[in-house]
Design a protein around this ligand. Structure first.
Ligand SMILES: [Zn+2]
Length: 379
């Protein structure tokens, strides 16, 4: 699995090392899954190694859990190494409850690169499975190495095949996205198709877990159901997030600072709010910029603070006290648009920004964050 969600918590767990310069973390939730794998896998080990102590079979089961996650780590490293080869920044890999996540901070520029980054992981898992399959013959049946290698090849086969299922956020979903992107030359359409396939997969997974016991004539398998629901929710949430990102991207071209700007009137800081609002209404403007006595802008009046000031207090409050001092990061070129605009706003979160002409041509107006958000509301 691999996702591109920059909004994960900053401390993802225990740092284990930096293979290929990529920081690897293990989340505490991994301990839960290690315990679970050890517990469910132990009876199988006990069957394969009948004359071993129970304690030894638990240890073997635990070693299997560790090796399984080492294979998952190698799978993620394959994604990251290919991503880095294409010049994409890789932040870190985190191993957690459901496997591994690679945080790659930019998307590949072409469908072919997207496909390569996505395919690298499953390809490595399938490669490990093949190696394990042949290596298991090297050890006599009934020995600990044979049990471990045998189980590892099967697990890597499952990891490889599962991740190739064609729906986001799985690797197969990204491969499908790359395919649709290539055919339609529209990465947005690729995301939409692969995300809907992802949602479909989630539904199929739960239906399968519900129907499988009936088909095999056995009772409901609660652990199968539990894991299916867990995986299905992971896939559903990931697919929905991709859909949201695709919808936001689709609206990006409408996002032009100049088109969204409010006309602003200049006021000096000592002007009472009530008077400033009267002037604003008269000028039919939407914002107020605080200027010094030379007329140079020094602050922007915070609209939220204005709204929060009760009517009867407004004659006694100066606009200067409700304004945010203009730092350089709050002054944006009026011709900013799309993702460049979003990046600039993210870099300096604020309710208002001053828009200016690039060549020192003066103030164009005020960009209100709420107006920008309105473009995306309902997404
Ligand atoms: Zn993967």
């Amino acid at each position: 699995m691999s996702t591109q969600s920059p909004q994960r918590p900053e401390s993802p767990g225990l740092r284990m090392g930096r293979p290929f310069g990529i920081p690897v973390y293990v989340s505490p939730t991994w301990l839960i899954v290690a315990a679970f794998i050890t517990y469910t896998f132990q009876p199988m080990v006990a069957m394969e190694l009948p004359d071993r102590d129970t304690l030894v079979t638990y240890l073997v089961a635990f070693v299997f859990a560790v090796f399984l996650y080492v294979s998952v780590l190698l799978h993620e490293l394959a994604h990251c190494v290919v991503a880095r080869y294409f010049g994409l920044p890789v932040k870190r890999i985190t191993l957690y409850l459901l496997g591994g996540v690679s945080e790659i901070e930019r998307e590949p520029e072409t469908p072919a690169r997207e496909f390569s980054v996505a395919f690298a992981g499953p390809l490595l898992s399938l490669g490990l499975a093949a190696v394990g399959f042949f290596a298991s013959d090297l050890f006599p049946v009934g020995t600990i190495p044979h049990v471990l290698v045998w189980q590892l090849w099967i697990s890597n086969l499952i990891v490889g095949v599962f991740n190739m299922l064609p729906g986001l956020p799985l690797d197969g979903g990204r491969m499908l996205r790359a395919g649709v992107w290539k055919l339609t030359r529209d990465s947005g359409k690729g995301t939409l198709a692969a995300a809907w396939f992802g949602r479909g997969l989630a539904v199929v997974l739960v239906l399968y877990a519900l129907a499988a016991p009936a088909m095999t004539g056995q009772g409901t398998s609660w652990s199968l159901l539990l894991w299916s629901v867990l995986l299905a929710s992971f896939i559903w949430i990931g697919a929905s997030q991709s859909l949201r990102v695709a919808r936001v991207r689709a609206r990006m071209p409408q996002l032009q600072a100049r088109a969204l700007a409010r006309r602003a009137i200049p006021v000096t800081p000592e002007v009472p709010l009530a008077e400033a609002l009267r002037r604003r209404e008269q000028a039919q403007a939407g914002a107020m910029v605080v200027v010094d006595h030379e007329g140079d802008p020094i602050a922007i009046v915070n609209e939220a603070a204005v709204t929060a000031t009760p009517e009867q207090r407004r004659p006694w409050v100066t606009v200067g006290s409700l304004a945010r001092t203009l730092e350089p990061s709050l002054v944006l070129p009026a011709d900013l648009s799309g993702e460049a605009l979003i990046d600039a706003m993210r870099g300096a979160p604020s309710g208002e920004y001053l828009l200016v002409e690039r060549d020192g041509g003066g103030v164009y107006g005020v960009l209100v964050t709420a107006d920008v958000n309105r473009v995306f509301s309902g997404v």
